[in-house]
Design a protein around this ligand. Sequence first.
Ligand SMILES: Cc1cc2nc3c(=O)[nH]c(=O)nc-3n(C[C@H](O)[C@H](O)[C@H](O)COP(=O)(O)O)c2cc1C
Length: 210
Amino acid sequence: MELLDKLNWRYAAKAMNGKKVAEDKIERILEAARLAPTSSGLQPFEIIVIKNQALKEKIKPVAWNQSVITECSHLLVFAAWDTYTEDRINYMFDLTNEIRGFENEGWENYRQILLNSYPQKDSDENFNHAAKQAYIAFSQAITAAAFEGVDATPLEGFDPDAVDEILGLRKKGLRSAVLLPLGYRQTEEDWLVNLVKVRKPMKDLVTVIE
Ligand SMILES: Cc1cc2nc3c(=O)[nH]c(=O)nc-3n(C[C@H](O)[C@H](O)[C@H](O)COP(=O)(O)O)c2cc1C
């Protein structure tokens, strides 16, 4: 129940007050993103945390001038792999073997299945798949932020190519997928803060098959 209270408290803040979010809260929000499940456990994305105000100012005009970009405390950029490569797949399988301390035939066979499929696919298709995984982490970060009493504005209204250019993402094999400004709501400036949350009724969302 406590979780649902927090999810009702959260909303996509349209104005933030510039107050800094404590680093321990940011760390827990990032840890929630790190713990997100992903397809085959590949975690095919990185998260760029922008605290630098000048950089936020540069991004704002390519993000529809949305004020939360510069009013937030930390701007998270979820950047997905531009494609799946052999090295990237091997990195995660090797990491698993290293952390668990053993190799397993089934797991190694699965590695070969992925090596024989993803890298041969079109890079846009791979990026779209990777971006979906980034969104799972993004969603967990939003929930974790609510749990911490931190506002988060999910934000797709930006020019990804321009953000990639500003942050030099393409040369790192990354493409921006979605942004998440974290901070504190500025209630006097925000038209949305007092409006009732709108969600379709459960009957239009869920079909139960007995
Ligand atoms: C992927 C995604 C992208 C969004 N992009 C924007 C955005 O660019 N600007 C904005 O003000 N809100 C954006 N939103 C917020 C949604 O409009 C908002 O979550 C939705 O209307 C539900 O309202 P609530 O989050 O306040 O409960 C986005 C939400 C999601 C999940």
